[in-house]
Design a protein around this ligand. Sequence first.
Ligand code: ADP
Length: 384
Amino acid sequence: MKQTISSSFRLGILGGGQLGKMLCQAASTWDVSTHVLDPDPEAAAASIATKFVHGSFRDYETVMKFAQDVDLLTIEIEGVNIEAIEELEKSGLPIYPEPSCLRIIRDKGLQKQFFITNNLPTANFALFDNASAIRQEVASGNLQIPFVQKTRLSGYDGQGVLIVKEVSDLDLLFGSPSLVEFFVPDAMEIGVIVSRNKSGEMECYPPVEMIFNPVANLVEYLLAPARISDELIAKATEIALKAAEAFQITGLLAVELFIDKDQNILINEVAPRPHNSGHHTIESAITSQYEQHLRAIFGYHPGSTKLKMPAVMVNILGQEGFSGPVVYKGLNEVLGIDGVKLHIYGKIQTRPYRKMGHATILDTDAEQALEKAKRVLSTLKAQA
Ligand code: ADP
């Protein structure tokens, strides 16, 4: 393979959202050229990629053509055309994460089966072809409410996830093939990002804690490091490393975990790419998750994952009631708060709950960082 850290090296990225944009920024630090494929001509990464190709990463021919011009291919989203990347891998193009990992991870049903086969702890589940099969299972008493239904393919950011809490929720079931799993009550949610290179060298970031908005039931703050015991940190890290090893993945593996009331740790799901829960690493860690992904897929040693300081990350979501070209309100006030680092993704159109940017708030005192993050959230508004 060509010298990777060089402007003549062309890194192909399928997907040009914010993760793709931040990956391009890290690649540019190393003077690596980036080629990005995305169906949205206004994609976040479009303005920053060395070359932006407008087209669908879900389409076989488009992906095959795009890949002719790259030296290594990676992804920032799971929903890419799997047949195309399998074919490209056969023809000798290096693709990381490996298409074999992606084939399992993109299907939540196969992902859960993989956890079971590899002795990785996860909530009990069953697979169903359609909604009526689930209703029958409930009617016959074999399936108890509450439970969680997840569509097997193309779920993202809570879409394709239904928490069935009462009988009337059965009317809302998704009709497509899905998995149904045990509802983990009062769980704390944490995330651990692991990197693994081709030689099997692995490194883990400290667990982060996801703090939910109790009303909207959405992650509101992400706190690094998580406020959990050393024992739980060790256990979560061990599970995340075991998962990356089991997948034999090259690149990042983001592992989302539940800690239940009895302090058992269960894997919720994994993602084979940079992750929302790792945004804070750009400022808070010695090595950002994006640089770490590049190190892993280029075959270099992992960088240090030590945190320089506690950090809180908040997503800047499109405000409810506004759709259209975005205008940010409160920028000056927010930039006046000590330790606030702002990332605006450059999405031109806002709509309710669209991820428009994020802010990372650094403070030597984690509780102070949380207080400041609350001020950021209540001040900064993405409106139209
Ligand atoms: P996505 O792929 O959209 O992120 P997840 O599988 O992470 O979907 O589910 C979204 C959210 O739903 C989780 O963060 C969690 O709050 C809740 N959830 C998912 N599965 C369970 C479960 N088995 N028990 C309790 N809550 C769950």
